[in-house]
Design a protein. Structure first.
Length: 151
């Protein structure tokens, strides 16, 4: 049997053409993906920051808003040649996370190992809400005032 028309032929040609093209050498915007795990005694924030060191990351806590900033520089120089394809993200990034009210800001601990930043944010052990107070109301029995006869 002879097939005169291949319905998917143009798609195969397009796929071949796309495979031969190179991706422009502009890096993607840097993003630091993060996980937040909420436990009974602490919140743990785990963030991917590949290739970065502790001194290259800035962490701020403003009230209950935690902000992590940094800048990931490409490891290539002009001497290495012209990049043909850049898929890994480089550049400045900033992540902001809203934390609950019951954290102890002065006890936050951070470590970085193998491109993973881990922040342990302890929860406060003190009661965050004041105890409900009841107001007792006394029932005062007053004797009715005597009404004096009209004069």
């Amino acid at each position: 049997m002879t097939l005169l028309f291949e319905p998917f032929g143009p798609l195969y040609e397009l796929e071949g053409q796309l495979a031969q093209r190179t991706v422009p050498a502009s890096p993607r915007r840097a993003v630091a993906p993060a996980d937040m795990i909420s436990g009974a005694d602490a919140i743990t924030l785990i963030m991917d920051v590949p290739g970065m060191k502790a001194g290259e990351i800035e962490i701020e806590l403003d009230g209950n808003t935690l902000t992590v900033r940094g800048k990931r520089h490409p490891p290539y120089t002009d001497e290495d040649g012209r990049p043909e394809r850049l898929e890994r993200p480089f550049g400045a990034f900033e992540r902001t996370v809203r934390l609950p009210d019951d954290i102890e800001a002065d006890r936050i601990e951070g470590t970085i190992s193998r491109g993973v930043l881990t922040l342990r944010i302890p929860r406060s052990t003190a009661q965050t809400q004041e105890e409900v107070k009841r107001v007792d109301i006394r029932d005062e029995q007053r004797a009715p005032k005597a009404v004096s006869p009209a004069a």
